[in-house]
Design a binder for this molecule. Structure first.
Ligand code: 5GP
Ligand code: ZN
Length: 113
């Protein structure tokens, strides 16, 4: 599995940084965000280091299947949830390993600001 040195999410995949895992498949990992912005705040990532949407290709399907699954596991499927991807500076992206935020468990403001 290609990994990038100093990438926090690659380290979580490898297990050298702990995370509260919610779902793991061959290609995808979903874990709790360390600084949750909602009662449920999960991050879905490809295990392989993909920097942005251009590299996501077929993994997109696996990611969205995992998101659908964890929304059930986390009990937010019926009440609703939001999936967010921050790309680049204007969106406030901090970690350059592609990730989708899954937020739920409360009424979410729109637009997010
Ligand atoms: P971004 O701003 O790049 O879209 O989001 C990065 C997210 O990763 C943030 O919500 C932040 O709280 C989360 N995060 C940063 N470092 C860690 C970590 O070491 N563990 C976990 N579980 N989440 C992290
Ligand atoms: Zn990475």
């Amino acid at each position: 599995m290609p990994e990038i040195e100093n990438c926090i999410f690659c380290k979580i995949v490898k297990g050298s940084i702990p995370a509260e895992k919610v779902l793991e498949t061959e290609k995808i990992l979903v874990f709790k965000d360390i600084s949750s912005k909602a009662p449920v705040h999960l991050l879905a990532i490809p295990k392989e280091h993909v920097a942005d949407l251009k590299g996501i290709s077929i993994l997109g399907k696996d990611l969205f299947e995992a998101i659908a699954k964890v929304s059930e596991v986390a009990g937010i499927n019926s009440t609703g949830f939001r999936v967010v991807m921050n790309q680049g500076q204007d969106a406030g992206q901090e970690i350059e390993h592609i990730h989708f935020h899954i937020l739920g468990g409360r009424k979410l403001l729109w637009p997010p600001g």
